[in-house]
Design a protein around this ligand. Structure first.
Ligand SMILES: Cc1cc2nc3c(=O)[nH]c(=O)nc-3n(C[C@H](O)[C@H](O)[C@H](O)COP(=O)(O)O)c2cc1C
Length: 197
Protein backbone atom coordinates (compact mmCIF):
# COMPACT_ATOMS: atom_id res chain seq x y z
CA UNK A 1 0.00 0.00 0.00
CA UNK A 2 1.57 3.36 -0.96
CA UNK A 3 1.87 5.75 1.96
CA UNK A 4 1.77 9.51 2.14
CA UNK A 5 5.00 10.61 3.77
CA UNK A 6 5.91 14.07 5.00
CA UNK A 7 9.70 14.44 5.22
CA UNK A 8 10.78 17.36 7.41
CA UNK A 9 14.43 18.34 7.15
CA UNK A 10 15.00 20.13 10.44
CA UNK A 11 18.53 21.41 9.85
CA UNK A 12 18.84 25.20 10.17
CA UNK A 13 21.87 25.26 7.83
CA UNK A 14 20.78 25.23 4.16
CA UNK A 15 24.27 24.07 3.06
CA UNK A 16 24.13 21.07 0.71
CA UNK A 17 27.00 19.34 2.53
CA UNK A 18 25.10 18.72 5.76
CA UNK A 19 24.83 14.98 6.35
CA UNK A 20 21.18 15.37 7.37
CA UNK A 21 20.44 16.47 3.81
CA UNK A 22 22.10 13.36 2.35
CA UNK A 23 20.10 11.17 4.75
CA UNK A 24 16.87 12.91 3.76
CA UNK A 25 17.71 12.54 0.04
CA UNK A 26 18.27 8.80 0.48
CA UNK A 27 15.05 8.35 2.44
CA UNK A 28 13.14 10.21 -0.31
CA UNK A 29 14.80 8.13 -3.05
CA UNK A 30 13.82 4.89 -1.32
CA UNK A 31 10.24 6.07 -0.76
CA UNK A 32 9.78 7.26 -4.33
CA UNK A 33 11.27 4.10 -5.81
CA UNK A 34 8.71 2.06 -3.85
CA UNK A 35 5.83 4.22 -5.13
CA UNK A 36 5.09 6.13 -1.93
CA UNK A 37 3.95 9.73 -2.17
CA UNK A 38 6.37 12.06 -0.46
CA UNK A 39 6.35 15.78 0.33
CA UNK A 40 9.45 17.47 1.66
CA UNK A 41 9.68 20.52 3.90
CA UNK A 42 13.13 22.02 4.48
CA UNK A 43 12.90 24.37 7.45
CA UNK A 44 16.09 26.20 6.42
CA UNK A 45 14.22 27.44 3.34
CA UNK A 46 11.14 28.69 5.23
CA UNK A 47 10.43 32.19 6.38
CA UNK A 48 8.34 32.35 9.57
CA UNK A 49 8.28 34.35 12.81
CA UNK A 50 8.75 32.87 16.27
CA UNK A 51 5.62 32.42 18.35
CA UNK A 52 5.56 35.06 21.11
CA UNK A 53 2.44 34.59 23.22
CA UNK A 54 -0.25 32.19 24.38
CA UNK A 55 -2.91 34.45 22.82
CA UNK A 56 -1.19 34.14 19.48
CA UNK A 57 -1.01 30.35 19.93
CA UNK A 58 -4.67 29.97 20.86
CA UNK A 59 -6.35 32.61 18.71
CA UNK A 60 -3.88 33.22 15.90
CA UNK A 61 -3.41 31.20 12.74
CA UNK A 62 -0.52 29.44 11.08
CA UNK A 63 1.87 32.04 9.55
CA UNK A 64 1.77 32.34 5.76
CA UNK A 65 5.23 30.77 5.43
CA UNK A 66 4.02 27.59 7.15
CA UNK A 67 0.64 27.06 5.52
CA UNK A 68 2.03 24.56 3.05
CA UNK A 69 3.68 22.66 5.95
CA UNK A 70 0.38 22.59 7.88
CA UNK A 71 -1.48 21.30 4.84
CA UNK A 72 1.21 18.65 4.23
CA UNK A 73 0.98 17.52 7.86
CA UNK A 74 -2.77 17.04 7.55
CA UNK A 75 -2.27 15.16 4.25
CA UNK A 76 0.41 12.84 5.64
CA UNK A 77 0.14 9.34 7.10
CA UNK A 78 3.76 9.12 8.25
CA UNK A 79 6.05 11.96 9.29
CA UNK A 80 9.84 11.72 9.18
CA UNK A 81 12.07 14.30 10.87
CA UNK A 82 15.78 14.47 10.05
CA UNK A 83 17.84 16.86 12.19
CA UNK A 84 21.14 17.25 14.07
CA UNK A 85 21.36 17.11 17.84
CA UNK A 86 22.18 20.63 19.03
CA UNK A 87 22.82 21.21 22.74
CA UNK A 88 21.24 17.89 23.56
CA UNK A 89 17.99 18.37 21.66
CA UNK A 90 16.50 19.58 18.38
CA UNK A 91 17.80 22.89 16.94
CA UNK A 92 15.85 25.98 18.07
CA UNK A 93 14.63 26.65 14.53
CA UNK A 94 12.89 23.27 14.45
CA UNK A 95 11.33 23.93 17.87
CA UNK A 96 10.15 27.32 16.59
CA UNK A 97 8.65 25.62 13.53
CA UNK A 98 6.78 23.12 15.74
CA UNK A 99 5.49 25.82 18.11
CA UNK A 100 3.87 27.50 15.12
CA UNK A 101 2.63 24.30 13.49
CA UNK A 102 1.40 22.13 16.38
CA UNK A 103 -1.33 24.54 17.33
CA UNK A 104 -5.06 24.37 17.90
CA UNK A 105 -6.91 23.75 14.67
CA UNK A 106 -3.98 21.96 13.03
CA UNK A 107 -2.78 19.45 15.61
CA UNK A 108 -5.38 19.39 18.38
CA UNK A 109 -8.64 20.96 19.51
CA UNK A 110 -9.36 22.37 22.95
CA UNK A 111 -12.34 20.81 24.75
CA UNK A 112 -15.52 22.84 24.85
CA UNK A 113 -15.44 25.53 27.54
CA UNK A 114 -16.52 24.12 30.90
CA UNK A 115 -16.39 20.47 29.77
CA UNK A 116 -13.14 19.92 31.66
CA UNK A 117 -11.97 17.30 29.13
CA UNK A 118 -8.57 16.78 27.56
CA UNK A 119 -7.60 18.39 24.27
CA UNK A 120 -8.75 16.28 21.31
CA UNK A 121 -5.99 15.01 19.05
CA UNK A 122 -6.47 15.76 15.37
CA UNK A 123 -3.45 13.93 13.98
CA UNK A 124 -4.21 10.54 15.50
CA UNK A 125 -3.39 7.58 13.27
CA UNK A 126 -0.11 8.97 11.97
CA UNK A 127 3.24 7.43 12.80
CA UNK A 128 6.65 9.10 12.82
CA UNK A 129 10.37 8.49 12.68
CA UNK A 130 13.06 10.76 14.10
CA UNK A 131 16.44 10.53 12.38
CA UNK A 132 18.99 12.32 14.55
CA UNK A 133 22.69 12.89 13.80
CA UNK A 134 25.10 13.76 16.59
CA UNK A 135 28.76 14.36 17.37
CA UNK A 136 28.85 11.93 20.30
CA UNK A 137 28.34 8.18 20.02
CA UNK A 138 24.64 7.29 19.81
CA UNK A 139 24.87 4.91 22.77
CA UNK A 140 26.25 7.71 25.00
CA UNK A 141 23.22 9.85 24.20
CA UNK A 142 20.88 6.94 24.89
CA UNK A 143 22.52 5.55 28.04
CA UNK A 144 24.22 8.51 29.74
CA UNK A 145 21.94 11.37 28.68
CA UNK A 146 18.92 9.04 28.57
CA UNK A 147 17.82 10.65 25.31
CA UNK A 148 15.93 13.30 27.27
CA UNK A 149 16.00 16.05 24.63
CA UNK A 150 14.52 13.76 22.01
CA UNK A 151 12.03 12.22 24.44
CA UNK A 152 10.52 15.72 24.77
CA UNK A 153 9.81 15.79 21.03
CA UNK A 154 8.54 12.20 21.00
CA UNK A 155 6.28 12.42 24.04
CA UNK A 156 5.42 16.08 24.73
CA UNK A 157 4.96 17.17 21.14
CA UNK A 158 4.19 14.20 18.89
CA UNK A 159 2.57 11.97 21.50
CA UNK A 160 0.44 14.87 22.70
CA UNK A 161 -1.14 15.33 19.28
CA UNK A 162 -1.68 11.59 18.77
CA UNK A 163 1.29 10.75 16.54
CA UNK A 164 2.51 7.28 17.52
CA UNK A 165 4.41 5.10 17.32
CA UNK A 166 7.46 7.36 17.02
CA UNK A 167 10.55 5.36 16.04
CA UNK A 168 14.06 6.70 16.38
CA UNK A 169 17.29 6.30 14.46
CA UNK A 170 20.45 7.84 15.93
CA UNK A 171 23.63 8.29 13.91
CA UNK A 172 26.53 9.13 16.23
CA UNK A 173 30.10 10.30 15.64
CA UNK A 174 28.94 11.61 12.27
CA UNK A 175 31.78 14.08 11.77
CA UNK A 176 34.59 11.53 11.62
CA UNK A 177 32.76 8.56 10.17
CA UNK A 178 34.27 6.43 7.39
CA UNK A 179 32.87 6.51 3.86
CA UNK A 180 31.81 2.87 4.24
CA UNK A 181 29.81 3.57 7.41
CA UNK A 182 28.26 6.64 5.79
CA UNK A 183 27.19 4.57 2.79
CA UNK A 184 25.69 1.92 5.08
CA UNK A 185 23.62 4.61 6.82
CA UNK A 186 22.43 6.06 3.52
CA UNK A 187 21.46 2.54 2.39
CA UNK A 188 19.56 2.08 5.65
CA UNK A 189 17.67 5.32 4.95
CA UNK A 190 16.79 4.09 1.46
CA UNK A 191 15.41 0.85 2.96
CA UNK A 192 13.40 2.74 5.57
CA UNK A 193 12.02 5.03 2.87
CA UNK A 194 11.06 2.07 0.69
CA UNK A 195 9.17 0.54 3.62
CA UNK A 196 7.65 3.94 4.62
CA UNK A 197 9.02 3.31 8.09
C1 LIG B 1 25.22 24.45 17.92
C2 LIG B 1 25.63 23.01 17.91
C3 LIG B 1 25.36 22.23 19.04
C4 LIG B 1 25.70 20.89 19.03
N1 LIG B 1 25.39 20.13 20.13
C5 LIG B 1 25.67 18.83 20.15
C6 LIG B 1 25.32 18.02 21.27
O1 LIG B 1 24.73 18.47 22.23
N2 LIG B 1 25.65 16.72 21.24
C7 LIG B 1 26.29 16.15 20.17
O2 LIG B 1 26.55 14.96 20.20
N3 LIG B 1 26.61 16.88 19.08
C8 LIG B 1 26.33 18.21 19.05
N4 LIG B 1 26.65 18.95 17.95
C9 LIG B 1 27.22 18.29 16.76
C10 LIG B 1 26.14 18.04 15.71
O3 LIG B 1 25.14 17.16 16.21
C11 LIG B 1 26.74 17.47 14.43
O4 LIG B 1 27.60 18.47 13.91
C12 LIG B 1 25.68 17.15 13.41
O5 LIG B 1 24.88 16.09 13.84
C13 LIG B 1 26.32 16.78 12.07
O6 LIG B 1 25.32 16.60 11.10
P1 LIG B 1 25.17 17.60 9.86
O7 LIG B 1 26.35 17.31 8.92
O8 LIG B 1 23.88 17.26 9.20
O9 LIG B 1 25.24 19.01 10.39
C14 LIG B 1 26.34 20.30 17.92
C15 LIG B 1 26.63 21.11 16.81
C16 LIG B 1 26.28 22.44 16.79
C17 LIG B 1 26.57 23.28 15.57
Amino acid sequence: MPSKILLIVGHPDPGPKRFCRALADSYAEGAESAGHKIRRIDIAALDFPLLRSQDEFQQGSVPTGLQDAAEALTWSEHVVFVFPLWLGTMPALLKGFLEQLMRPGVAFAYPEAGSGGWPKTILKGRSARLVVTMGMPGFVYRLWFLGHGIAGLRRNILGFVGIRPVRQTYYGLVEGVSDARRKAWLDEMRRLGAGAH
